[in-house]
Structures are given as C-alpha cells and as structure tokens.
Design a protein around this ligand. Structure first.
Ligand SMILES: [Cu+2]
Length: 299
C-alpha cells in the first residue's frame, strides 16, 4: 500500500482493511445499480396499475445467507489479524514507553533511555505503554499498530520490524496544546548496530541534556531555536525577556536563579506570550544544578 508495510502485522491489517473496503464498495455499487434499474423499469406510466407482490422464499433465503457469509468473512479476517497483534511471543525484548505532555520516552532493560525508539531488525519487541498525565495514544502507521497510553495503567503492543529505516510515531489521542508536536521516530537498525548502541549506554552525552530529555522538558522547549509550546532554550542565559509576575509585566535578564525558579515554581514568572501550562517537575538540587549548568552554556 502507500505506507510501507514495515512489520509482521502490517500485511494482515492491510488485508483485513482491503477486504472490508472491497466488500463495502461492491455492495454500494450493487445496491445503487439495482436501485437505478428499478426506478426506470417501474416508473409510473399511464394505464398501468401497481400490483401487490407477496412472499418469495428463495429471495428471502438469498438475502439472509449472502450477508451472513460476508459478515463472517470480515469477522474471520479481522479476528486473525487482531489475534496476531494481541499475542506477543514469550521470549521477547521489552521496552517501556513513557508518554507525557508532549513527548515520548523509551526505557530499556539496561537503564538506557532514548527519545527515539531504537529496535533491531527482525527481532520481536514488546512495548509496555504508560502515561504520566493524560490519555495519549501510541501509533506507528508503517507498523499498523496503535494503542492507548493510560495514566495509572499499563497497556502493551508488540511487533517484529521487517524493514530497516526510520518510521514516524504519532500521538493519536488529543492531549492538549502540544499534541500535534508529540512526534518521535522508530529507528530500525541491523542487529549488530543495535547491540553496539545498546551496550554503549548510560553515561554518554551531557548529563544536563539527558535530564531535560528524561524529565520531558524537550516536549515543549527546544535546544535549536524553534518554538514549541514554551520558549526555546537556545541562548536563554543572559536573554532579556518580559515576564508576567502575578499579573504584572516586568523585564528581567535570565540568570541562574531565574532558571532554577522557573523549574521549581513554573507559574511564578510566565514569559509573555506563552501559556501558563508548565507542570511542576520533581528535581533534586543536584539535577537542578546540572540542568542550569547545561542551559548556561547552550549558545
Ligand atoms: Cu499525546
């Protein structure tokens, strides 16, 4: 079809979809043509009298049996793909998917965390989905899989990626202001490359950046100057901004204290022009220092 069939279940889902659409189109065409034929064949004419027709056992059997068969065909095909999608193999790699307003976080068994879902080609993977705040929905069109992420409850999905490459992840449950930007990628890599990436885990990368990622900050703030729901972090230190403090506007220069206050008490000074939607995110003093240090040097 138009989107790559990049997982084991894609074929089955497409088959079910095509069969159901095919049957629907055939029925629409059939019903419409019979209707048009009858309209012209039996239109009102001078001198002819309508007559009442009663009974028609053969006809009644036909219009009962054919729909029953069609519905059963759709059921069997749909049930087959549904069963495949819901029954994960026992021996399987699991990855935690943590949804929040408005980003995805993927956690691996060895403690590795990532904002991209990296998976090895040809190996079955189970996703354990959860949400930190509101309802989200995890959707990978190329894999034909979708499942809700529900706060306080765990849901799951599984798939075997069958094509190397990078595929879109969308949130398909309207979850607030930044919903349309709640995007990520599944990166399907050759097994060897994946193993290297997986083993090279942990300490790599800047601690401050890692924290911004883990705490979900990058769902709303970027490090490259683009605007999302909140102001960008790029060049934030030393920037002069107008903030609204308890209803009054004032101009300040961003320094370490301001940055820390903005994390600990997000509602205190709202940068003018941005919505007051930032939640309080728990951080330890050590983490706060690491974040401040990172932002201070982000030019
Ligand atoms: Cu969402």
């Amino acid at each position: 079809m138009f989107i790559p069939e990049a997982s084991n279940s894609a074929r089955y889902v497409d088959a079910a979809f095509l069969v159901i659409v095919g049957i629907s189109v055939a029925l629409l065409a059939g019903v419409t043509s019979v209707m048009l034929f009858l309209i012209f064949r039996y239109k009102r004419r001078r001198g002819t009298k309508a007559e009442q027709v009663e009974g028609g056992t053969a006809l009644e059997i036909i219009w009962t049996v054919i729909p029953v068969v069609l519905v059963l065909v759709m059921f069997v095909i749909g049930e087959r793909s549904f069963r495949l999608i819901r029954s994960a193999p026992r021996e399987i790699m699991t990855i935690r998917v943590d949804a929040r307003q408005w980003s995805w976080m993927f956690g691996y068994d060895n403690g590795r965390q990532s904002d991209q879902l990296r998976v090895p080609l040809g190996k079955p993977v189970k996703l354990r989905l959860s949400s930190r705040d509101v309802l989200h929905s995890f959707y990978v069109p190329a894999f034909r899989i979708k499942e809700d992420c529900v706060p306080g409850m765990e849901t799951y999905l599984w798939f075997t990626p069958q094509q190397q490459g990078s595929f879109d992840i969308f949130c398909t449950e309207y979850c607030g202001l930044g919903h349309s930007g709640m995007l990520a990628k599944v990166v399907v890599m050759p097994e060897k490359e994946f193993d290297e990436w997986y083993a090279g885990a942990g300490a790599k990368g800047n601690r401050g950046l890692q924290l911004l990622l883990e705490k979900g900050c990058l769902g709303c703030h970027t490090t490259d100057g683009t605007l999302k729901v909140g102001p960008t972090f790029k060049g934030i230190y030393g920037r002069t901004v107008t903030v609204v403090t308890s209803g009054k506007e004032r101009t300040i220069t961003v320094d370490g204290d301001y940055l820390k206050r903005s994390v600990l008490d997000p509602g205190a000074d709202i940068v003018k022009g941005f919505p007051p939607v930032m939640p309080k995110i728990p951080v330890t003093p050590e983490e706060l220092d690491a974040i401040e240090d990172y932002l201070e040097h982000l030019r």
